[in-house]
Design a protein around this ligand. Structure first.
Ligand code: KIV
Ligand code: ZN
Length: 391
């Protein structure tokens, strides 16, 4: 059976770049956009063209540069935003305008001081106006996570009539639980006329640490696009992490879902974004963190040395990490010490290992980790020499 293709919509350069301190210059954005295109994302949200002259230029240059992906520009639901976005996307091979408006009670009341009917009209007009410039128009119902489903369905029916090709259902505040977000997508699939002709998109924020789980719940209920960022960067606690959703789909083949991502480029892409934005991911970050394939406790190390799959559900090579690492700490066992010593040239006998191990533990108790230098030092102290093949 052929797999269901899930479109990957990367918003590192738009929602991701909204993070304080992560501002990129045009040159950096072009480098990242080119890498995203090579990585195999389907859509690159290149920016919010009306927000600043710099963003306009970036979107324009990215439009000229990108060979395969659709290039998308964000707008609010007004004519000027849409005209400027269309202008910035002029050179794109596959341009998309991403327009929309807040649909939740609090957005309608406090942000717009308006009514449901008026907001629905604005949504229709913005979509229809964007359609005059490009064929591919994505509509976002901001704060859809907290929008009443029945009203949301009416808004979406209206924008489908105006020509929307993709409907974005953002959990803007990261409020939903996975079953709630999944049920929302299911409801829309079942209750919106014309939904079979458009793609439903998940755009989830991570305020409660549920962005990835929510996006996957959306996909399991019929959405076919995920909006995400490299390393999960984005407003506040961030967006769905691209590397996480892609690897979830890859590691769970029974979901029967597929993306066009070359996963072997994930780690390098993560490093590129970390360096460019000066935003280093936490060591325990799933898939791309420093410790994602590192093993430090004796029981785990022993298992991994015997067979990697005992404690690893994915092969590090699949995401572009050279190998799993065995980190020596005071929790490490003999197997790990022997393994690491061998890696730096010492084939220890059982007697040597038995002698060395208590010394190693004493040292490790006073240090966070034991590195290659420390191993050499320990060997020197014990007059142990490298085995011939390593000299
Ligand atoms: O989180 C959100 O609602 C957004 C929209 C502008 C798509 O980023
Ligand atoms: Zn967002």
């Amino acid at each position: 059976m052929s797999k269901n293709r899930v479109q990957i919509f990367d918003t590192t350069l738009r929602d991701g770049e909204q993070v304080p301190g992560c501002k990129l210059n045009t040159e950096q954005k072009l480098i990242i956009a080119e890498r995203l295109d090579i990585l195999g994302v389907d859509v690159i949200e290149a920016g919010f063209p009306i927000s600043s002259p710099g963003d306009f230029t970036s979107v324009e240059k990215i439009s000229k540069l990108v060979k395969n992906a659709t290039v998308c520009g964000l707008t609010r639901a007004n004519k000027k935003d849409i005209e400027v976005a269309a202008q910035a996307l002029k050179y794109a091979k596959r341009p998309r305008i991403h327009t929309g408006i807040g649909t939740s009670e609090s957005h309608i009341k406090y942000k717009f001081n308006s009514t449901q009917e008026k907001i629905m009209e604005r949504a229709f007009e913005a979509t229809a106006y964007a359609k005059k410039f490009v064929e591919d128009v994505e509509f976002y119902a901001e704060d859809a996570g907290r929008t009443d489903n029945e009203y949301l369905a009416r808004v979406l029916e209206k924008v489908i009539k105006a020509g929307a090709t993709v409907l974005n259902i953002p959990d803007t505040t990261g409020y939903c639980l996975p079953d709630e977000y999944g049920a929302k997508i299911k409801y829309l699939k079942e209750n919106v006329k014309g939904i079979e002709n458009v793609i439903l998109s998940c755009h989830c924020h991570n305020d409660l640490g549920l962005a990835t789980a929510n996006a996957i719940a959306g996909i399991q209920n019929g959405a076919r696009q995920i909006e995400c960022t490299i390393n999960g960067i984005g407003e506040r606690a961030g967006n769905t992490a691209l590397e996480e959703v892609v690897m979830i789909m890859k590691q769970h083949p029974y979901l029967n879902l597929d993306t066009g991502i070359n996963t072997k480029l994930l780690y390098d892409t993560s490093l590129l974004v970390q360096r460019s934005m000066g935003m280093i991911v936490q060591p325990n970050k799933a898939v791309v963190g420093e410790n994602a394939f590192a093993h430090s406790s004796g029981i785990h190390q022993d298992g991994v040395i015997k067979n990697r799959e005992t404690y690893e559900i994915m092969d590090p090579a699949e995401v572009g990490v050279t190998e799993s690492s065995i980190v020596l700490t005071a929790r490490s066992g003999r197997a790990a010490l022997a393994y690491r010593a061998k890696n730096v040239g010492y084939d220890l006998t059982k007697i040597e290992l038995d002698d060395l191990y208590p010394q190693f533990l004493k040292f490790a108790d006073h240090h966070k980790t034991v590195n290659d230098e420390d191993i050499h030092h320990l060997m020197e102290l014990n007059h142990i020499h490298k085995s011939k093949v390593h000299i």
